[in-house]
Design a protein. Structure first.
Length: 32
């Protein structure tokens, strides 16, 4: 099964990228 964003959903791509970057930075800052 393959999932993909609709055209409307793709407009959220910049928001998703910012959230991904934040998560990566948070994980690095709080690594055990």
């Amino acid at each position: 099964m393959e999932y993909s964003l609709t055209e409307t959903g793709q407009t959220l791509q910049p928001v998703i990228e910012v959230m991904k970057d934040w998560g990566t930075q948070y994980k690095a800052a709080h690594a055990a």
